[in-house]
Design a protein around this ligand. Structure first.
Ligand code: SF4
Length: 212
């Protein structure tokens, strides 16, 4: 079976399995900027850690201006449990200022605008677009997406940038936003890094890495 066929079957099997699942594991956000900030915070951390932090954080910093006017040291203290808190505090502070000054307080829609925001790279921008608009200009490659794409032999690449390029050639543009969530949930629950549960996997009949 060729790569294209495996991509088609992956999309078909996993969309039917995870169609009711949320497009992000991040909770507690109400406004688009809060989702963006939660995604920035989740870098090199996990969603559960961030979900514990955000209720208190967004209660204290309830507006973009709260982040813009706060000192970075104070923000760092308030996000300490997220890891890499000094860099993230700097990003949140500068992101709030940039969105207020350059985008009139509204998070921009386009990928080339989103990536101008401190702390926002292609992955963050694609996740954000997918969750907010059910549409994205690229495919967000996180650790689950990278691992599963290689196991399914959809790519041989190792860097997120090159993996994204391969995946964008295989999947229809209208479905880009779904690839991250379906591979994320499957990677988290079935195709786990250390011990994939191939016997329970809906993709085992065509996956080249299946252990059964
Ligand atoms: S068959 Fe196994 S290796 Fe392949 S996607 Fe499923 S769990 Fe992962």
């Amino acid at each position: 079976m060729n790569r294209q066929k495996r991509a088609v079957l992956t999309l078909k099997e996993l969309t039917s399995k995870y169609s009711d699942f949320p497009r992000t594991g991040l909770k507690n956000w109400r406004y688009d900027w809060q989702l963006l900030f939660a995604i920035i915070l989740s870098a090199r951390s996990n969603d559960d850690q961030i979900n514990k932090l955000t209720p208190k954080l967004f209660n204290k910093y309830s507006k973009l201006t709260s982040f813009a006017n706060a000192g970075q040291e104070q923000i760092a203290r308030d996000i300490k449990s997220s890891g890499f808190y000094n860099a993230k505090a700097k990003h949140l502070h500068q992101a709030a200022i940039l969105i207020l000054e350059q985008y009139e307080g509204k998070v921009p829609r386009k990928l080339n605008q989103l990536v101008t925001i401190p702390g926002v790279g292609r992955k963050t921008a694609n996740v954000f677009q997918g969750v907010i608009y059910a549409k994205s200009e690229g495919i967000a490659v996180d650790t689950h997406v990278a691992r599963m794409s290689r196991r399914l032999r959809l790519t041989k690449e190792k860097t997120a940038e090159k993996i994204e390029k391969d995946l964008m050639e295989l999947f229809p543009r209208s479905k880009y936003y779904l690839i991250n969530p379906i591979l994320f949930w499957h990677g988290r629950t079935i195709c786990q890094a250390r011990k994939p549960k191939c016997e329970d996997c809906a993709l085992n009949y065509f996956c080249p890495s299946s252990l059964i």
